[in-house]
Design a protein. Structure first.
Length: 65
């Protein structure tokens, strides 16, 4: 059986932790930052984890990460 190709767009956005969770950066952190409060922007710096339902889909797309 051959190798599975990595979906490059997914690989740039997600990482799989050692415990198997899928980590990603927060959304709403790119545009219109002047409208958002400092507290909101500060909280958006922290990484987030995908839900249990979405994680298996992403793991299929990035098999070797």
């Amino acid at each position: 059986m051959g190798k599975v190709k990595t979906h490059k767009a997914t690989a740039k956005r997600f990482t799989v932790t050692k415990s198997g969770k899928v980590k990603h950066s927060q959304q709403y952190r790119r545009h219109k930052l002047g409208l958002k409060t400092a507290k909101r922007k500060r909280q958006l710096r922290n990484a987030a984890y995908l839900s249990e339902a979405m994680a298996p889909t992403v793991k299929i797309l990035i098999p070797y990460k």
